[in-house]
Write a protein that binds this ligand. Structure first.
Ligand code: NAP
Length: 287
């Protein structure tokens, strides 16, 4: 049970739309379990209102907030500072108040690495990884994989220019990583799948019944692993195919929980109870 007092610190999530977000449920579950004087609420903010909304949050003394689609990059000019990780991938998913300043952070990358470790038992150091997609989620994933010592990263995106601009962003920063580009054509993917350790889907394909029609997953070597950032449905067609092949695979639920745990710790200085956010998410999705 959360009790509101005159001193309750307000946390929240800024997005448009935001009604589908599972973040209020998982953060409030942690707040209630710890009995701390915080509350986490949704802030629906239309794209053209982002600047005034951030100023309003600042003036109202909101303690911290998450940022989701479509504001993760657009919010940067309205903040006072961004962390190294957020600057590197050009996206903010968590804002923390630092005195009078609003500081942007990105916990998506750390959440992704934590989920790879916990859900797949995978360490990117020295690994070859094929990343499908080049949007906001891919920026965070590629920065995190590069920072964690991946040896080789292939970026395959539907729109070639977007893939190229992602690689050009990171190539000068991570000299030790061998970056290359691919299309999503099966003929080109076959060669990559035979040589990689991990396949990551960062596209929205898999949501709402969509699927990659021609992905030659059968070519992925038997020890290869598959990570799908999509978490609803819990088993996307890509994950179903991976499971049928006996491959170790995981959806994005663990990443969502882990980025939330990291944000919660940034705001409160307290780690949420282990596993609680993940359990809450699973319950919300099943409900
Ligand atoms: P985004 O910036 O809009 O990027 C979307 C990506 O998907 C682009 O690479 C786009 O390719 C590709 N794409 C969309 N439809 C496609 C199709 N039919 N065929 C092939 N590629 C297609 O979105 P985002 O922020 O990166 O999010 C992407 C997904 O990751 C969403 O499902 C989101 O829920 C998920 N995500 C999960 C977590 C988590 O915590 N688990 C965190 C962040 C994001 P083009 O460039 O060609 O348009």
């Amino acid at each position: 049970m959360i009790r509101i007092t005159g001193k309750t610190r307000v946390l929240g999530i800024v997005g448009w739309p935001v009604g589908h977000s599972l973040s209020p449920a998982m953060h409030n579950a942690a707040i209630a379990a710890l009995g701390i004087d915080y509350i986490y609420v949704p802030f629906p903010v239309e794209p053209e209102c982002l600047g005034p909304a951030v100023e309003g949050l600042r003036r109202l003394g909101v303690w911290g907030f998450n940022v989701t689609i479509p504001h993760k990059s657009a919010i940067i000019p309205f903040l006072d500072r961004v962390s190294r990780e957020a600057g590197l991938c050009g996206a903010v998913n968590t804002v923390r108040r630092d005195g009078d300043l609003l500081v942007g952070h990105n916990t998506d990358g750390a959440g992704f690495l934590a989920s790879l470790r916990e859900d797949l038992g995978f360490d990117p150091r020295g690994a070859a990884i094929l990343v499908l997609g080049a949007g906001g989620a891919a920026l965070g994933a590629v920065a995190a994989l590069s920072g964690a010592g991946a040896a080789r990263i292939i970026v395959a995106n539907r729109t070639a220019e977007r893939g190229a601009s992602l690689v050009e962003r990171f190539r000068p920063v991570f000299g030790g990583v061998g970056f290359s580009l691919s299309s999503l054509c099966p003929g080109e993917l076959v060669g990559h799948l035979r040589t990689i350790d991990l396949l990551v889907n960062t596209t929205s394909v898999g949501m709402n019944g969509t699927r990659f029609e021609d992905l030659p997953l059968a070519e992925l070597r038997s020890g290869g692993r598959v990570y799908d950032m999509v978490y609803a449905p819990a088993e996307t067609p890509l994950l179903a195919a991976a499971r049928e092949r006996g491959l170790t695979c995981a959806n994005g639920l663990g990443m969502l929980a882990s980025q939330g745990e990291a944000a919660f710790s940034l705001w409160t200085g307290i780690e949420p109870p282990a596993g609680l956010m993940k359990i809450t998410l699973r319950r919300e999705l099943e409900g």
